[in-house]
Design a protein around this ligand. Structure first.
Ligand code: NAD
Length: 512
């Protein structure tokens, strides 16, 4: 998930001026409460083993944070929010613009830390940090615009609405886009006058806490943005806390269901960004080279571990062989290397468990009759220091719509290809999924492109591109892919609540 193609040129200039020193900040405490890094004071029995995916090296083991840590963070967040929520949007904006500038100055360092934490190539990590900077900048700009409405009522009376903060917002993230998620959740929440407690995935705890340092340096009040590390137990302490007003979650459908249940029990606001199994349709009149590039973007960023990936690629039968042979040639040329290197194309899977899960899907697909056209194997790395990591060669397979691998989210570098004959047929097949996160259409016939996206049940649709996420465009799912939206102006509504005020200008009429 990258922001915009146009930013790439500007970023290249900036990178050339940056140093590429890898931060050793993982040696420091990883919670961030009341403006400082701390260790848990009430540890859970869950131990977080923080590994570097590229090498398999254990960076550190830390316990998860317990109820006492969560209580302390919520108390601090509550206190900090009172004053922050009273500020004008313009005042809040100044802090957030500052934070954007400071994060930009640390972009290269944070990007390398993200590579250490996730195993993704450095060029992608730079984009991820950029998306967090963009979110801070965008919501800083919107903060002063947050307002209610005025209503004229009979006899000189009137009403108005106030758009007010929710209070303490909990963010819980997945492991594939850690800094992006911390930015995308905290920037709008803070712009709207809330405080934030963020829990990154237990597999990728390193960069959300650096964002805490950035906020502190930008002058945000202590306690306004906190990071609490831990796994399932810590997440449950956070989502069940009575003083939390909202949970904004990114992760699996399974966990999203549990989080929605916890929020229902406490009548809390909830946003859910969940999984996907998205279709990408390539019509016979498509620009083939662009469509091939789009299909690669739709499947192999972050080693295929992307929620919005267009993993079901439907290709018109008249160009099927041509497109597939180009895809196979391109995919076979993708080589893995040290993800910290500028020319790295593909990095390591997040961990051995995820690699086994992906290889399990590929093996079962093969047994079910799928034709493996490329990749799908564990790669033995030449570089000795990378041999502890798990690298999977990008896979293309030809299969049927009802195969397990066509229906389940694999979350790895696996593209399924299918042939189709007509628009009506492909739309039915594209929509035949419990998910509805994203979809793409490649065609030169723009009337057809708009007709298709109007008929596809998915929250983010692309015409002649894929996996581009500018801050301005709302992002989120239909069906089991989620509820609510991130990015765009609409997100201000998800982090505020409305108060209506009636003002009487005459006497009180009372027939009693
Ligand atoms: P996950 O659901 O296993 O975990 C996500 C987070 O939830 C982690 O921080 C975890 O510690 C926490 N958690 C787990 N159980 C919890 C509980 N009972 N209460 C509170 N918190 C709990 O997901 P994952 O494996 O980290 O990420 C992969 C999934 O995330 C995929 O399904 C992917 O599609 C999805 N995802 C969605 C988006 C999106 O924007 N739609 C983006 C990225 C990833």
């Amino acid at each position: 998930m990258i922001n915009t193609c146009g930013s790439l040129r500007l970023l290249r200039k900036a990178w050339s001026r940056c140093s590429s020193t890898v931060s050793q900040s993982y040696n420091l405490p990883l919670n961030f409460v009341n403006g400082v890094r701390t260790d848990p004071t009430d540890p859970t029995s869950e131990i977080m083993n923080v590994e570097e995916p590229a090498t398999g090296r254990l960076l550190k083991s830390v316990p998860g944070s317990g109820q006492g840590d969560v209580n302390a963070a919520v108390e601090n967040a509550k206190n900090a929010q009172e004053e922050w929520g009273q500020m004008s949007g313009t005042e809040r904006a100044k802090f957030l613009f500052n934070a954007a500038r400071i994060l930009e100055a640390r972009q290269e360092e944070v990007a390398h830390l993200e590579v250490t934490d996730t195993g993704k190539p450095i060029w992608e990590a730079r984009f991820d940090v950029q998306t967090a900077i963009d979110s801070l900048t965008y919501y800083a700009g919107l903060a002063p615009t947050i307002c209610g409405q005025h209503f004229n009522l009979p006899n000189g009376s009137f009403g108005y609405s106030r758009r007010e903060p929710l209070g303490v917002v909990v963010g819980i993230g997945a492991w594939n886009y850690p800094i992006q998620m911390a930015g995308w959740k905290s920037a709008p929440a803070l712009a709207c006058g809330n405080s934030v407690i963020y829990k990154p995935s237990q597999f990728t705890p390193l960069t959300a806490v650096v964002l805490g340092e950035v906020f502190a340096e930008a002058g945000l009040p202590d306690g306004l943005y906190n990071v609490i590390q831990g796994g399932v137990k810590t997440g449950e302490y956070l989502t069940n806390h009575n003083d939390v007003a909202k949970v904004t979650f990114t992760g699996s459908v399974e966990t999203g269901t549990k989080i929605m249940t916890a929020c229902a029990n406490g009548i809390k606001h909830v946003t859910l960004e969940l999984g996907g199994k998205s279709p990408l349709i390539i019509f016979e009149d498509a620009d083939v080279d662009n469509a091939v590039n789009g299909a690669l973007m739709a499947n192999f960023l972050t080693q295929g571990q992307v929620c919005s990936n267009g993993t079901r690629v439907f290709i018109h039968s008249s160009i099927f062989e041509k497109v597939v042979s180009k895809l196979v040639a391109r995919v076979k040329a993708i080589k893995h290397s040290d993800p910290h290197l500028d020319d790295c194309k593909m990095g390591a899977m997040i961990n051995a468990e995820q690699a086994d899960k992906v290889l399990g899907y590929i093996n079962r697909a093969r047994n079910e009759g799928a034709e493996i056209l490329a990749g799908g194997e564990l790669v033995q790395m030449e570089d000795a220091k990378l041999r502890g990591g798990k690298y999977i060669s990008p896979c293309i397979l030809k299969t049927t719509d009802d195969a397990e691998i066509s229906r389940e989210e694999v979350f790895g570098p696996v593209m399924n290809v299918y042939s189709f004959d007509s628009e009506d047929e492909v739309l039915i097949r594209a929509n035949d999924t419990k998910f509805g996160l994203a979809a793409g259409v490649f065609t030169k016939d723009l009337a057809r492109a708009h007709r298709c996206v109007a008929n596809i049940k998915a929250g983010s649709c692309y015409i002649n591109n894929y996996n581009i996420y500018p801050t301005e465009l709302p992002f989120g799912g239909y069906k089991m892919s989620g509820l609510g939206r991130e990015n765009g102006t609409v997100t201000l509504e998800y982090f505020t609540q409305l108060k209506s005020v009636y003002v009487e200008s005459g006497d009180v009429y009372c027939p009693l």
